[in-house]
Design a protein around this ligand. Structure first.
Ligand code: SF4
Length: 554
């Protein structure tokens, strides 16, 4: 537990109820989860899993472990809970992987996970259908290739995101990989940060596309060059879920040598000042909304840093809203990185084993995951580019997918996730195929994100067409059926904004192809040259937008 901050005392009258901030002297847990974390540090559940639960089976797991502490090791029970099976998340800092690591994940999926895996939009892998009895062997196999599930979930610093082309992009400002790894090593595996008020998300990128979604992170660091020096512009307090907030800039220039110090400072500030009274109000974004960037920076500097931050210039410009990294990207050394698309993040263990083989055969065994549920094989010589693309195609992993497969993402959904109300992965696969048949040969990408509930794991507020799962009345009079609430025009990059919720509009899942094709067709017909979907939609007058949406509904 953190030291009480000297001189801190409950503020009188500032709020009628305390927010249970440790820094204000409120240490008494106010929620069941806070109590469980206080009673025993969640990192300590490891021994119990290996030495007790794995031997005695699912029924030996007490609820405090199953529903809270297991997350600190990447374990969630999956739907249906009676089956006693787990989703297991593997942490992949910066999306950096070796062929041996990819092969290990693939073989674990084949052996223990019914040959199913997902690559997530936070560059992790998720396995499904894991039995508690098999967890020690899974961990041993991961550990043998320096992978871990520790702190992949839970109220901790989650996986650190980075640009998948870090260290190889011809035009990057700085290779941020060493900083991703240093921050990852400093923040994880320590009780100093294993009891935060809620999850804490970080990204550090050195590229010019700013592809690590800093705009919605608790800490988002993006490189920029100021007066001949390269450093990082720091954003903080972003997050999605039902109450989305964009991160705010701290207005500071952080030189590379201070990245770890600043990350540790912001996480420490969140641990001490973050709200613990209600889990729905515990993310850093709520503290940021109350304090503002100026007060957060001031507190950071005064309480946690060795010296003040340098003021920074305006935010560096971002070039692209499409950050999939598909197809062929020429590396600084003349070789190429080949990006390819699993189906809305779904991949099999068998495909992963094959990817590992291809990475060894055509590259140097280096693989990356992206923040858009895509993957890359690096270091491919010119003469091997087309043979590799053909081999990937043979394995169902296109490097030049149709426009819909390129830009569609889906969260886990009702297949495994207990919070979901609708199916997402299978729906996405079907939608992609239907759209490709309705609008064949389209090259311009539309970002379509399907989510099974308001938690927004697949970022529906940031898509051109964001779809949030919701049950809708069956027009044929039966039980309620799968449907989606619609958000239009969300984007990151320059002019970032959340999609506009289309009030009262919920489209039945089975009607999605016609609806989405209607929107896309109108956009293609009426846009100015080069205008992406969000740019076009956001420039429409409200009445025009209503007409477009009504036309798509038919
Ligand atoms: Fe589950 Fe909801 Fe997240 Fe989808 S968005 S994975 S349904 S919690």
């Amino acid at each position: 537990m953190a030291e009480q901050i000297p001189g801190a005392a409950p503020r009188k009258g500032a709020r009628r109820r305390s927010e249970s901030q440790w820094a204000m002297g409120y240490y008494e847990p106010q929620t069941p989860a806070e109590r469980v974390k206080r009673d025993q540090d969640a990192l300590e559940v490891f021994d119990r899993i290996v030495n007790l639960h794995a031997k005695e089976g699912f029924r030996s797991i007490m609820p405090q472990d199953l529903n809270v502490r297991y997350r600190w090791y990447g374990l969630y029970t999956q739907r249906p809970e009676e089956d006693g099976l787990f989703m297991m998340r593997i942490r992949v800092p910066g999306g950096v992987l070796s062929a041996d690591q990819v092969e290990a994940i693939g073989r674990i999926s084949q052996t223990y996970g019914q040959d199913v895996a997902d690559v997530t939009d936070r560059q992790n892998f998720q396995l499904h259908n894991i039995r508690i009895e098999d967890v020690p062997d899974v961990w041993a196999r991961l550990s043998a290739v320096q992978l871990s599930t520790q702190e992949a979930c839970g109220d901790v610093p989650r996986n650190i995101l980075g640009c998948p082309l870090a260290g190889i992009a011809a035009d990057e400002l700085i290779d941020a990989t060493p900083y991703v790894l240093a921050v990852n090593n400093r923040l994880t595996g320590t009780k100093e940060f294993s009891n935060l008020p809620r999850k804490f998300k970080t990204s550090i990128s050195g590229c010019r596309d700013q592809c690590a979604v800093h705009e919605i992170m608790d800490i988002g660091m993006v490189a920029h060059e100021v007066g001949g020096r390269v450093g990082f512009d720091v954003w903080s307090g972003g997050g999605l879920g039902p109450n989305p907030h964009f991160a705010q800039r701290l207005g500071a220039f952080v030189p590379p040598e201070r990245v770890v110090e600043v990350a540790v400072g912001i996480v420490s500030l969140f641990r001490d000042y973050g709200y613990r009274r209600s889990r729905n109000h515990a993310r850093l974004k709520f503290l940021m909304a109350d304090w503002g960037a100026e007060k957060l920076r001031e507190t950071l500097e005064q309480v946690y840093l060795t010296r003040p931050l340098e003021d920074g210039p305006p935010a560096p410009e971002s070039r692209s809203v499409h950050r999939e990294h598909l197809g062929v990207t020429r590396q600084a050394d003349g070789r190429s990185a080949i990006g390819f698309a699993p189906m809305a993040g779904r991949i099999s263990g068998t495909q992963l084993v094959r990817i590992a083989g291809l990475a060894r055969r055509f590259g140097n065994g280096r693989v990356r995951t992206t923040t858009q549920q895509k993957m890359l094989i690096l270091d491919v010589p010119e003469e091997d580019v087309e043979p590799l693309i053909t081999a990937l195609d043979d394995y169902g992993l296109p490097a030049r997918p149709n426009a819909f497969r390129a830009s569609t993402m889906a969260c886990t959904g009702i297949e495994f996730c207990k919070l979901a109300v609708v199916d997402t992965k299978a729906r996405a696969r079907w939608l992609i195929d239907e759209l490709d048949a309705l609008l064949p040969g389209i090259h311009d990408r539309v970002r379509i994100n399907l989510n099974g509930c308001p938690n927004s794991c697949a970022r529906y507020q940031l898509a051109d067409i964001g779809l949030m799962g919701s049950l809708v009345p069956d027009p044929d009079g039966g039980d309620r059926i799968d449907g989606f609430q619609v958000h239009l025009g969300g984007k990151l990059g320059g002019q970032y904004q959340f999609g506009k919720k289309q009030k009262g509009l919920r489209v039945a899942g089975r009607d999605l192809p016609k609806f989405v094709a209607g929107l896309v067709g109108t956009w293609l017909e009426h846009r100015d040259e080069g205008q992406d979907f969000s740019e076009w939609f956001n420039e429409l007058e409200p009445a025009e937008a209503e007409t477009v949406v009504a036309g798509a509904r038919g």
